[in-house]
Design a protein around this ligand. Structure first.
Ligand SMILES: Nc1ncnc2c1ncn2[C@@H]1O[C@H](COP(=O)(O)OP(=O)(O)OP(=O)(O)O)[C@@H](O)[C@H]1O
Ligand SMILES: [Mg+2]
Length: 247
């Protein structure tokens, strides 16, 4: 049996002295697709931020193991280097750094050494084609003036280039038009096929799941996972809402 690449045990975390995660457990194995659903404010984005080592969040109790290393309270840089990646619900704009340069730095940090510019551009162009992105975006400042959907695509582009061992997608599908959802799903599928990476997909909609094989669905309410099941749980939630899971 494959071993876990991510092991979250009894995790408690605070932001601004407010307790948000309250005893959360989660295990993910190589190549698995996990969906996390839950009401607004339940702590889904917080979970992603805590896993990624965002310094604004304080782990109070419990532990996180990733790629066999204890990463509880570890630096974001180190966690990213180990192969964890997250797309953000609201990607930030970074004036002065082009999309291409940003991904190249991240690529070199992840894989070590330098990649020749010609070789890099070729790879980038191919990945942009998968996402139907205009190649001109590579030379634009990261996310500056990008539409909501373009920002999300730029994040999936990073996913395709960096091939992380674990990718956390935080509402990557929100605000995307139908064509963009399809394209982003294709991008996610291409990442899965090329790297056998694991995914944690945080979502309120199910359109992005239509073309993905989901292994587990979890319901996160008030800082902990209150129910875990197979893919069928997604439609159960869609029909009945979260009411039944809120005590
Ligand atoms: N930086 C922060 N400062 C203050 N409160 C925060 C911060 N980050 C999160 N919170 C609070 O933590 C709680 C959980 O927020 P979180 O963003 O994790 O929810 P979510 O499950 O992702 O919700 P949504 O479905 O709306 O995206 C909320 O009450 C939120 O206000
Ligand atoms: Mg959120």
């Amino acid at each position: 049996m494959a071993s876990n690449i991510l092991e979250v045990k009894n995790l408690y975390a605070n932001v601004d002295d407010k307790e948000i995660l309250k005893g959360l457990d989660l295990n993910v194995k190589k190549g698995e697709v996990h969906v996390i659903m839950g009401p607004n404010g339940a702590g889904k984005s917080t979970l992603g931020n805590v896993l990624m080592g965002n310094p604004n969040y304080e782990v109070k109790k419990g532990s996180v193991k990733f790629m066999k290393e204890d990463i509880t309270g570890e630096d974001a840089d180190k966690i990213a280097k180990l192969g964890m990646f997250m797309t953000f619900q609201n990607p930030i704009e970074v004036p002065g750094i082009t999309l291409s340069n940003f991904i190249r730095s991240a690529y070199q940090a992840k894989f070590g050494g330098r990649i020749r510019i010609f070789e890099f551009k070729k790879k980038l162009k191919a990945a942009m084609e998968v996402l139907s992105m205009d190649p001109e975006y590579a030379d634009r400042d990261l996310n500056v003036g990008f539409s909501g959907g373009e920002k999300k695509k730029a994040e999936i582009l990073q996913l395709l280039m960096l091939k992380p061992e674990l990718a956390i997608l935080d509402e990557t599908d929100s605000g995307l038009d139908v064509d963009a959802v399809r394209i982003v799903s294709e991008g996610v599928n291409a990442y899965k096929k090329e790297s056998d990476g694991a995914l944690i997909i945080i979502t309120h909609s199910t359109r992005i799941l239509d073309s993905l094989d989901v292994d587990y669905t979890h319901i996160l309410v008030d800082g902990k996972i209150v129910k875990s099941a197979g893919p069928e749980l997604v439609s159960e939630v869609n029909e009945n809402g979260f009411e039944a899971y809120i005590k």
